[in-house]
Write a new protein. Structure first.
Length: 458
């Protein structure tokens, strides 16, 4: 999709197309797998409130910043910084994005592979006969070849889509499939909250317990917001360059953030009450939820639903598609870099990116099996990539992006871009700029520094 400047640039055909593509990138395993997991690891209700606060205060302003950088420069993440700040080291923000893309895709493809396994288990009927879901997950994820096979399939399909540039085709059916996923999640969430004992979980999610909050919780909420909204890495700079000049960027950012957050909350309503219903009497912390959480809890919910085996097939299929629309947007950042900066062909760029990310990916996948005792900072490779990408790399990326817009691009260029050269009027524009220039950098800076000095960063 990123072509030479002398060719007509690809662009999104409609307003809905913009939102569908950005929401396609945003909505994925981050919402359905990661959000319920970090929420239960960080005490529930208070974490949710912090999360929502960060989406509004930092998420939407950073998303708007990325869109405005990309649309103004009409280039990929690197090219954009080079063009808007020539002769400065700002292009390094693009380099950070590449490294972050490596880290994210390496472990994301592990989890995306798991969803394929569960799709396979659902379709063959195995899943509806499992009694011990925890054992089922542990037995599968600790193997060597089977999880790797699924991970390679994910990387292969992602590469084919990125290489062939068939995103337009994909977009067409994600426009149907993603709303279907949302409806299905709503359905499953309804089943979950009506299970016996589920109300404890609803309370856990919506009644904040501030005593569970530490600096690290705050950093995790910020990192999760960045991860889920796909910000801090340059994905939305690239997408911004395809957005038409008359698009209302602030409105688009807000709509994407609302969609993404609603799905994350629904997903946690689907998962968390069920944890309580299936393990009555125990508190969540003592259950010490891990990366298998969703795969251990949801199959039990499906088992308790009429037509559950059909729904489980549909659900894991749609979740795989949701993961794919996100993996594409991550790989694209690396491919665009290799193609434009190192002047490689699209095919070569895709090959190099996918193979090198897969090498790291193998280590992430094997973290649940033969490499489970190989740790760095007391974390497995998977845990380290998962933790560091969101909480350190994306957070730092987001900080640099708001500093760029607030202090380098400046007020008049920014307002000019988001007002479509003065055609749109809104009192909100100046307020958002103020947040981008002062509030967001200070907030991110304080959280990062406080976590680092008070608790140690990992
Ligand atoms: N937001 C996606 C999810 O929630 C993951 C993702 C896709 C992402 N592109 C990204 C995260 C860019 C950070 C940056 O599943």
């Amino acid at each position: 999709m990123i072509e030479n400047n002398n060719q007509i640039r690809d662009s999104f055909g409609s307003k809905f197309g913009v939102i569908a593509a950005a929401a396609g990138s945003a909505v994925g395993l981050g919402n359905i797998w990661r959000f319920p997991l970090v929420t239960t690891q960080n005490g529930g209700g208070a974490f949710l409130l912090l999360y929502i606060g960060f989406v509004i205060l930092i998420g939407i302003p950073v998303m708007l910043s990325e869109f405005s950088i990309g649309r103004r420069a009409q280039l990929n993440a690197f090219g954009s910084f080079k063009k808007l700040a020539p002769g400065t080291p700002w292009f390094l923000v693009g380099s950070l994005g590449i490294i972050t893309a490596f880290a994210i895709l390496a472990f994301y493809s592990t989890v995306a592979g798991w969803t394929l396994e569960y799709f396979a288990q659902a379709i063959t009927g195995k899943l509806s006969h499992v009694n011990d879901m925890q054992k089922n997950f542990a037995d599968f994820s600790s193997q060597t070849y089977r999880p790797l096979m699924w991970q390679f399939i994910i990387m292969l399909v992602t590469s084919v889509v990125v290489f062939a540039g068939i995103k337009k085709g994909i977009e067409k059916f994600t426009k149907i499939l993603m709303p279907l996923l949302a409806v299905l999640i709503l359905f499953v969430a309804f089943r979950s909250v009506t299970l016996e004992g589920a109300m404890e979980g609803v309370k856990y999610l919506f009644v904040p317990d501030w005593s569970a909050v530490s600096f690290k919780t705050v950093l995790m909420a910020l990192g999760q917001a960045a991860f889920s909204l796909s910000i801090g890495m340059g994905t939305l700079i690239t997408y911004g360059s395809y957005i038409q000049k008359d698009n209302h960027l602030l409105r688009t950012s807000t709509q994407v953030a609302i969609t993404d957050t609603s799905i994350a909350i629904l997903a946690s309503l689907m998962v968390i009450p069920a944890i309580f219903a299936f393990s009555p009497g125990s508190d969540v912390a003592s259950l010490s939820p891990g990366p298998g959480l969703v795969f251990e809890v949801l199959p039990n919910v499906f088992k308790s639903m009429p037509g559950g085996s059909f729904f489980s097939v549909l659900f894991f299929f749609l979740l795989s598609v949701a993961a794919l629309t996100s993996t594409i947007s991550v790989l694209e950042v690396v491919v665009a870099y290799l193609k434009e900066e190192l002047r490689l062909s699209r095919g070569m760029a895709t090959l190099i990116a996918a193979v090198s990310i897969s090498v790291l990916g193998v280590l992430a996948t094997l973290s649940f099996g033969v490499m489970r005792d190989f740790t760095i900072f007391e974390m497995t490779v998977f845990d380290l990539l998962n933790y560091a990408s969101a909480n350190i790399m994306l957070t730092f990326g987001a900080l640099l992006i708001v500093v760029f817009v607030g202090w380098r691009m400046g007020k008049s260029d920014f307002i000019n871009e988001i007002s479509n050269q003065g055609n749109l009027k809104s009192n909100l524009f100046k307020g958002v700029y103020f947040i981008i220039r002062y509030i967001a950098p200070v907030a991110i800076g304080i959280i990062a520094i406080a976590t680092f000095f008070i608790q140690g960063i990992v």
